[in-house]
Design a protein around this ligand. Structure first.
Ligand SMILES: Cc1cc2nc3c(=O)[nH]c(=O)nc-3n(C[C@H](O)[C@H](O)[C@H](O)COP(=O)(O)OP(=O)(O)OC[C@H]3O[C@@H](n4cnc5c(N)ncnc54)[C@H](O)[C@@H]3O)c2cc1C
Length: 391
């Protein structure tokens, strides 16, 4: 770590989004720093399968490739999604295929740990980025002329712009006094990996069932990853099951589509909520990733939105006139405006689907199955949905 303490841009939070943002700003000529509260495992010694997995869109695969990260990941641990099948009530189904979309894949399933290690490996090799890991901030002072961050070890870092990528419970956002609107889905996302009896054929399967939204995502070989968004009580019951009983329960919920199962990585659960920051920018500050917005995981788009934020911020900062201060509020508003539509569209889409499929109002079940069957017949609508999900 270098001794420098004055920067143009200070990214706080070195998760997937903050790390990608710092890398995307390389070559801008700006003095960059990344502050991460925890130690990040760069060479994971553990070869077990991370239960935290992401479906990364082809557009973001291209972004991570431009950052020099994707092509360095162990491709044996990544699975393409060649088809997506969605079931509602009464066996009503909707399917999308990469073949129809004229693309090699609709997305790629990758472990969180693998991707984070790949991003941090690249960060270690970037001389223009000063890294402060295991260094949480203790105090942030945002002034008209610049920002000063004090770390818990007493060091003081200054910058013209602070980018907050420190997750859904963002400390930076709270320090800046930016409020959030939150709506609790009263659900947990239960995740676990399994070995399955029958080949999954790189198909991502999703069921809107009574117990919530169940997704089976392909992992390489005869493995698959589950995300079951379900009520708090049901999540608790699933976590209390023995591995054998959990495998049986999950196989049954998916109609034994892949035969019998065995638990590969034990279940873990994440509380689900929708959350919007009141603003994405304020003088000398921009929020991105989960610090700015949380969406329901049913469309697997949270980190994808965050990568779009990172790419957009890099573009806005790089395209600014040389004379423009990077923390200029007008410039930051340009970033906020550019991101609004994508974020709103995803929030409305995931929020409405979640509400539609969790409602018990009379007649809703019929509407749901008619809606899925109708969408499945509309090729133009399917093409538009795919095109959006693939960016
Ligand atoms: C069950 C579930 C399944 C999901 N599946 C998908 C999926 O398939 N596809 C998808 O796109 N998204 C998915 N998501 C969403 C995705 O997990 C998040 O959108 C993504 O991890 C957000 O990344 P981030 O970098 O913004 O935040 P985080 O991953 O939370 O990273 C924040 C970083 O900031 C650091 N930090 C925190 N406080 C400080 C501080 N004070 N100082 C310095 N550093 C700090 C943390 O240590 C961390 O490293 C899912 C979410 C859930 C709950």
């Amino acid at each position: 770590m270098k001794g420098q303490t004055d920067f143009d841009v200070l990214v706080i939070g070195g998760g997937l989004v903050g790390a990608a943002c710092a890398l995307a700003l390389r070559g801008s000529g700006l003095a960059l720093a990344l502050v991460e509260a925890n130690e990040v495992a760069i060479c994971p010694t553990d070869s077990s399968w991370d239960s935290r997995i992401y479906a990364i869109s082809p557009g973001n695969v291209a972004f991570l490739t431009r950052l020099g990260v994707w092509q360095e990941l162990d491709q044996q641990r990544i699975a393409p999604i060649e088809e997506m099948q969605i079931w509602g009530n009464d066996n009503a189904a909707l399917d999308f295929s990469a073949y129809e979309a004229g693309a090699p894949a609709l997305g790629y399933i990758v472990e969180s740990r693998l991707m984070l290690a790949g991003l941090w490996e690249e960060l270690q090799e970037a001389p223009e980025i000063t890294l402060f890991s295991s260094s949480p901030g203790s105090c942030l002072d945002l002034q008209e002329e610049g920002a000063v961050l004090k770390l818990v070890d007493g060091r003081r870092l200054s910058a013209a712009l602070v980018i907050a990528a420190d997750g859904g419970n963002s400390w930076v956002r709270a320090e800046a006094g930016i409020s959030v609107t939150t709506s609790d889905y009263r659900q947990q996302g239960v995740v676990a990996n399994f070995v399955v009896e029958r080949p999954h054929r790189n198909i991502a399967r999703q069921w809107f069932v009574e117990d919530g939204i169940l997704a089976w995502l392909p992992l390489p070989g005869n493995r698959m990853s589950m995300v079951w968004s379900t009520s708090n009580a049901h999540a608790k019951a699933l976590l209390a099951l023995s591995p054998e009983a959990l495998a049986e329960r999950v196989a049954m919920a998916g109609g034994d589509a892949l035969g019998s199962m065995q638990v590969l990585t034990p279940a873990a659960a994440f509380p689900l909520r929708r959350q919007d920051a009141e603003v994405m920018v304020s003088p000398r500050l921009a929020l991105m990733g989960d610090a700015a917005h949380l969406v329901h995981p049913l469309a697997g788009q949270g980190v994808n939105l965050g990568f779009h934020d990172a790419a957009c911020m890099a573009r806005v900062l790089m395209e600014r006139g040389r004379q423009t201060d990077v923390g200029d509020y007008g410039l930051l508003r340009r970033y906020e405006r550019a991101r609004q539509l994508d974020i709103r569209a995803m929030q409305v889409m995931t929020g409405s689907l979640q509400a539609l499929f969790s409602s018990e109002l009379p007649g809703i079940a019929l509407l749901r199955s008619k809606g899925l069957s109708f969408t499945n017949r509309q090729q133009w609508l399917k093409r538009r949905l795919i095109a959006h999900a693939m960016t």
